[in-house]
Design a protein around this ligand. Structure first.
Ligand code: B12
Length: 497
């Protein structure tokens, strides 16, 4: 079986490129199951367009991953895979999976270019699918006869028995969509094979630390997942894959993978991409202690996304620093307690103040994530958020305008109490400078104005300008910075009214 796993090229704004852990894990599971010809195509870092690659290479199975804003690109990738395979006289099976497919399987499985949709975590599902295809599809059936109807019910999969594969959506012989029951989440996350790290063109991924970003042209920036999921129920957070669960690997298991990345893969920096790696404070401290005792502290690491501010204490940050951590990020979201309560963040402003204080005292760089346009936001509360960002004064502030992903409470609120501007999923990219909905007391122009103001007031301070000026990377990537400056500081995009 020749298998290709694709992450489509992102048309949404995205400043950095990280390895795709979902695809890495799927490839790891397939390799562990004995399928050796597994390939990755991350369109963000490849030299050639996907269509050219598919025109040259033949694959039996093409798997494509998609978050909500990239679903059109995922469909396009599936169509290209089918087209090029058939043009060469051999069919291919297309499988879509990832967050958006788990939320909205129907809109994709109904499409001709999509053969299968996988919902949820898929290390087990993908292996079962490939095994079934391998056993049932004979070599003749892969050939495309001229004039043969390739869509259902005459497709390659007609001979396969798919109804017992949990988490799979498919089309039966009459073209009817069937959603098999969900696949329960695996409890034993420690036993999932490690991602197939060796398949990534690692030198093409940008460095993880914003502060040293791009400074080391030979950086090998790997990421690592120490736990899956988050039990909190923040109303804006899209968690189709893991729900409100948290499953953690043991510190020993995490550090074994860390050692492998450092010693075998030549990692020069490591990012933890968990939703909340520090939910269990003792476990987080134990990971740090093991890194220290095992002498794995020389490769700098960061927490890529936010960690919870309230599951911390000064000792954790001191241990993180000793263990080689450079930067911590926190999901601050709002500088107003009523808004934090309205979005069910279950965090106080003092939790955040204390976490920043302790992290800075330990000598760590800090990063804060802030959201504008949340329910309960007003001009005053968004002003509180700007002031709070200035008070906390992280090395980097990431200001975002709320995006109501389907399946979240925010999506329900925006539809019930207000008005969504667009059902085009491309408009749901979180870093865009536009409001996606209006609520009765929250006009989109106000949200966009405060978002621009936040960027201006935070980044155009002498201290921040100096930080940028003394960083050689600023000068190396000047055109990018100049075009971003327009996006961040000036005006606002128009939105439909
Ligand atoms: C790390 C991360 C990033 C990194 C790396 C992204 C990447 N390419 O992997 C960066 C910072 C670059 C990033 C960018 C974006 N991200 Co992001 N990211 C995450 C984060 C925190 C962890 C992802 C992860 O590694 N999970 C662990 C792996 C093992 O799980 P997984 O990726 O879900 O994969 C499993 C299943 O989904 C499934 N699966 C996945 N792909 C496929 C494909 C096939 C064929 C099959 C069968 C199965 C399958 O099987 C995998 C193994 O079990 C998640 C939050 C989360 N916990 O999911 C958000 C998250 C996925 N990101 C999100 C978003 C919105 C984005 C952006 C669109 C933001 C933007 N610019 O607007 C971009 C899109 C970039 C892109 N090309 O994908 C949302 C998606 C929400 C949604 N409804 O789609 C999430 C869920 C965050 C959130 N709560 O809102 N992100």
């Amino acid at each position: 079986m020749r298998i290709l796993l694709i992450s489509p090229k992102s048309s949404v704004w995205n400043s950095r490129k990280h390895i795709h852990m979902g695809l890495g894990y799927l490839a790891g599971a397939l390799l562990a199951a004995g399928y050796e010809d597994v390939n990755l195509f991350d369109a963000e870092v490849e030299d050639e367009p996907l269509a050219e690659h598919l025109a040259r290479e033949r694959y039996d199975i093409v798997g494509i991953s998609s978050p909500t804003p990239l679903i059109y690109e995922a469909w396009e990738a599936a169509a290209q895979a089918k087209e090029h395979a058939r043009a060469a006289g051999r069919d291919t099976i297309t499988i879509l999976g990832g967050p958006h497919l788990t939320l909205m399987p129907d809109e994709s499985i109904q499409r001709d270019e999509v053969d299968l949709v996988v919902r949820g975590e898929a290390e087990g599902t993908i292996v079962e699918i490939v095994r079934e295809i391998e056993q049932r599809v004979t070599s003749d059936e892969w050939q495309v006869d001229e004039g043969k109807q390739q869509a259902y019910p005459d497709s390659l999969l007609a001979a396969c028995s798919l109804q017992s594969i949990l988490g799979l959506s498919w089309k039966d012989g009459s073209g009817q969509v069937v959603h098999n029951p969900d696949r329960p989440l695996r409890k034993d996350v420690g036993n999932i094979p490690w991602p197939a790290y060796h398949l990534f063109k690692i030198e093409r991924y940008t460095n993880l630390q914003p502060i040293t970003d791009g400074l080391d042209p030979n950086a090998r920036a790997y990421t690592l997942v120490t736990s899956r999921g988050c039990p909190y129920q923040c109303i804006y957070c899209s968690k189709p894959i893991t729900g409100h669960t948290w499953r953690a690997r043991t510190p020993e298991d995490v550090v074994a993978e860390w050692r492998f990345l450092v010693q075998e893969m030549g990692a020069t920096e490591i990012g933890i991409t968990d939703d909340v790696w520090n939910l269990n404070l003792d476990r987080a401290k134990e990971i740090c202690r093991l890194l220290i005792t095992e002498g794995l502290t020389h490769v700098p690491w960061v927490t890529v996304h936010g960690m919870r501010a309230d599951h911390t204490d000064p000792e954790l940050f001191q241990l993180m620093k000793q263990a080689g951590c450079r930067r911590v990020g926190f999901g601050v979201e709002s500088g107003n307690q009523a808004v934090l309560d309205a979005i069910k963040k279950q965090q106080t402003l003092d939790d955040v103040r204390n976490a920043f204080k302790s992290a800075k005292a330990a000598g760590l760089q800090t990063m804060g994530f802030f959201i504008f346009g949340l329910p309960a936001d007003t001009e005053e509360t968004m002003e509180d958020t700007i002031r709070f960002s200035l008070e906390l004064d992280p090395d980097m502030a990431n200001f975002m305008i709320a995006a109501p992903y389907p399946g979240t409470e925010l999506w329900e609120i925006a539809r019930r109490d207000g008005r969504l501007f667009s059902m085009d999923w491309r408009d749901y990219a979180i870093h865009d400078e536009k409001a996606r909905y209006e609520l009765p007391s929250l006009p989109p122009e106000l949200v966009e104005r405060k978002w621009h103001e936040a960027n201006r007031r935070f980044y155009l301070r002498p201290r921040q300008l100096w930080r940028k000026a003394v960083n050689p990377d600023t000068w190396r990537r000047l055109p990018e910075y100049v075009s971003n400056a327009g996006r961040l500081f000036l005006g606002g995009k128009s939105h439909p009214v």
